[in-house]
Structures are given as structure tokens and as C-alpha cells.
Design a protein around this ligand. Sequence first.
Ligand code: F6R
Length: 618
Amino acid sequence: MCGITGYIGHREAYPIIIQGLQRLEYRGYDSAGVVLFDGQEINLSKTKGKVSDLQAKVKHDISTKGTIGFGHTRWATHGVPNHVNSHPHLSQSGNLVIVHNGIIENYDTLKKELISRGYTFHSDTDTEVLINLIEEIKIQEKCKLGKAVQLALQQVIGAYAILVFDKEKPNELVIARLGSPIAIGVGKDNKEFFIASDATPFIEYTKDAIYLEDGELAIIKLDRDIRIRKINDDTLVEDVKTQELQLSLEQIEKGNYEHFMLKEIHEQPSAIIDTYRGRLLANKGIIRMSGLDDNMERFLNANRIIIVACGTSWHAGLVAEYLFEDIARIPVEVEYGSEFRYRNPIITEKDVVIAISQSGETADTLAAVKLAKSKGAFVFGICNVVGSSIAREVHAGAYTHAGPEIGVASTKAFTTQITLLSLLALKLGKAKGNLSVPNYQTYLQELVQIPNKVEQLLKEDEHIKTIAAIYKSVPNFLYLGRGYNFPVALEGALKLKEISYIHAEGYPAAEMKHGPIALIDENMPVVVIATNKGYYEKVVSNIQEIKSRQGQLIAIVTKGDTTVKKIANHTIEVPETLEAFTPLLTTIPLQLLSYHIAVMRGCNVDQPRNLAKAVTVE
Ligand code: F6R
């Protein structure tokens, strides 16, 4: 969480930093701050609230002159989101300044030590402790900034991406990372450098990026070069790899859409195609994916697959449990990264672990990956963000290629993850002999129809909007589904609660009578996924049970359905498809329903309260 962006070069830094912060706001928006060096003075301004609040404040606070500076947008961990706890933080002397993304776990011990040496603190943050520790070391060791940062980080337990400036060395920035991402955009002839938590702030300035590895520190010198060292043993990194960015400006802008979330919902047909492009040759009956092809034996000999993920990605993992068990007949367990990593799980070398993460930065999923690796399991990653920490940590993997997802609520990440997981299940099902050739062909032919069917569904938008208008003010919602669509019910409920702040719960439809049915009365809207495959008759019975208790029924049905239509208050039709692919369709109306309800309630859809896109803290 938290976004960092900085600039050192020959242009005015302020507009570059502000624009960068706006692009990173998805990472946190509790507070924002900026610092600039005008050649003489450090000018710093920060505030509780968003980047727009910061812009307003800067006008009264400081001169925006300077060709070196950096900024921060915060998702609060230590200390409430207020002015003093906002970043950047100055050292006691006022000469050093820092922004930080992450958590310093032993900050309290370090703070006590610094207080005993005469330091005073103005904020509740761990970051202010770190900058004073750096200052103290710089004074005691009489060393340069880079060395002081390195020695300080050797004392730190926790996770960080930091950017530090020293007024005495005004042509230099020091950055370091452990567990939180940070990248350097390299300008032409080293005449300028851009620093950011991801590449979006500098995409229009350079396509050359260096991603710092965990445990590395970089000293960036204007008009000179970048030196990268290992924090722990001081070795110089010789083979620094510059990556060419594939990202385009258009991909990170809203275009004609009112919100990123809506844009990303509408991008799903093309995102799904991008996920299977080059991998699925439906007419030839071929699925190819190097990460899987090169490791087929590990998958085929696996005792079981363990899926680790969080949030929406965990829901995609639940869909995969149905896919792998149904199609490939491989036993699957689906685990929250946060639970898995702390419960001493039994993992053997015969296990395959699949980590699913849009951002590739989720701390709990990353820790679960490291744990599984340490126990000898083969770990396969499914990430969207290229070069992300999880993507780099796993033995092999495949990217979803969904393009940047900026809206905090995951939409296209979910459907593209399911698309990729479907490819894995189908390839393994065929290789294991559990899928006949005609059946396999039917699946492949149907998968390439899905983008068109999603496109058709998106045309239901106005109809879904009218339903949203009816229910926009209710306090609670229930979502029910069975089989492949049980995880979709969970995902529908999550989407609604996170962006509209309406309490919503997802349940397997048949579980309703074991408790939640007590909630149903004429005020309770119940969204039921009742497509004509799988457990249709059973779901119809569940729908009757709700109807007889006067619940308000919103049913997702297959086109042409007549039975449920007679019972439900509202129906939304989805095109016919194979049962295994129904989640790719039934999810879409639930995304749109949440979106419209949230907009009608005046909520900030792209930046829901208390949330951030990449959860890099545990
Ligand atoms: C919900 C949402 C979150 C994420 C979760 C995992 O809309 O976005 O629940 O799915 O934080 O994030 P990733 O997939 O980046 O690991």
C-alpha cells in the first residue's frame, strides 16, 4: 500500500510528482504529501485527504520550484491519517527527508533508543523513526547518505520501499526495497530519473525501467549513474537489468468512462481474449503455455493442488477448485494466504501450489509462496502485473495480461484469472485422460465464444441500472449460488460491500436454511444465480423458499428461462454456456449492479474508503 513517486532531473519536478501521485492514488488515499528542493531549501507540504487536497494546500504552503523532489500517497498503518502522520517525514535536523511504503515492525525499540539519544518525535509513524535512525547513523559513522541508509536498514525488521534525500547531497536520491515494490524510470543519457512504486507515473517519459529486487539499495546520481548494492552484504549488483515497459498511456487513463471500474468492466471481452491469445488455438485443439508445458510432470504427478490467494483472487481460486476437480480430477485445497502462512500447513514436495494475485504484491500471498517453496512444493503464479514480487518469486507461472486494473475493486482481474485457470484445468484434464477429445474440443470452442457473450451481457447495463435504483437504499443484501456459482455469490457480495458500504453476504444456496433464512423478510433483497446448468432444480427450490418468506428476488438466469422468471421480482439473463464457464458470465451483472448502486449512493467507486489496491502489509 502507499504510493511513492519522485523525480531528479532538469525539468520542474512538481507537475511530474503530482501527476504521478494521481496515478498511484489507487494504492492509498488517506493522506498525501510532496517535498521539493529548490537549490536552497527543502519545501514540504502534506495533508490528510487526497492528492487534490494536497494540490489545494500546496498553493498556500510552498514554492513549487525545483528539479528534484518526491511525493507520497498513504494508506495508514501506524498512526491515524492526519497531517503529522502524513509523509514525507523530516529528520530532527531537517536535512534529511523520507517517504516510505511498508511497515517497520521493530520501530518501537528503535524509537526508545533514539529518544534516549535526545531525539523527539512529532508523529506516531514508524517512518519518522527510520529517518532519525538514518540521521543518527550518518552523524555517528560520519558517512554518506547511502551508507547511513544501508546501515539503518540492517537494523530494521519489516517491509519497506523508501526514497530518501539529503540536503547536503542535492544531486542524489537513495532508494531501497524489501517486500514493497519500487522502480526507476531511466531518462535519456542519465539526464533524468523517475522513481515510483510502479511504472505508471513515468510511462510518457521513458520506456526503460529498473525494478529493484528485495534487499537492494540504489544510489541515483543526476547526470551520472545508478549504483545498486545489496543491503546486507554490500556487494555491488553488476548486471542491472533494464526492462522495456509494455504499458501505454491509454491503458492507464479513464477515456470516456466515468470511472476506472466501469472501464475495466467493459474491457472484459478484450481482456479475456488477451488472456488466451497465443495460448488457445481452439481449432487445432491446442493449449500452450510455457510455464505449464515446461512443468507438466510436476502437475501430473501432484498429489494435490493448493491454491493460495486473498479477496477476489481467492474467489477465483474457489472457482478453480471446481474446474480442477471436475475437469482434471486433481484434488484441490483453496487457502487464504493469511491463514496458510501462519497455521503450520502440511506441504510436501508432491504438492503444487498455485498463487493467484492481480497485483502480484499481496503480502500474505507472497509469504504463502515463500513458505510453500521452503517446504519443497512447486509453486506456480498467476499474476496480472508483470515483474511483480509474486511473479518473480514463483518457480513458473503465467500472466493474465488483463492490462492495468486501477479501480480498487477487482473486476477484469477476476474473469481473466478464471480464464487462465480454465486453460490450466483443460490442458491437465486432457493430459490425464479425464477429458474425451470431443468434450475437450467442446470446451475450447465454447471458451472462444465467451468474449462475445460478455459483450452481449454488457448491453444489459440499463436494465441492471433500473434494478440498482430500486435497491440502492437497502442496508443488507444476500447473494446465493451453488456449484461453480457459489464463489460468484461470494464475489458479488464482496463487490457490493466494498464499493457501496452495504452489508452483503454470499452463501451456498442450500446453506441458507441452516441459518441465514432467518434474515429473510420483505425488506431483504436476495440475488440468486440460477443458470440452467448444474443444480438448477435445487436452486429453484431455494428460490421458492425465499419467495414464500417475501424476500425480494433478483435472479441471474439463462436466456429463455421461464420458471424462475415467474417467481423472481427481477431477472437478468445471461447467454447459454457450459456450466464450467458460467462464472465468466454470471459475474458481469453482479459487477454492474454493485457499480450502479455505489454510484447512486454517491460513493467513490474507484477509491472506496479504507481500501487500497495492493495490500503489501499483512
Ligand atoms: C476486491 C479486491 C481485493 C483483492 C485482494 C487481493 O475487489 O480487489 O479483495 O482481490 O486484495 O489482491 P491481489 O489479487 O492483488 O493479490
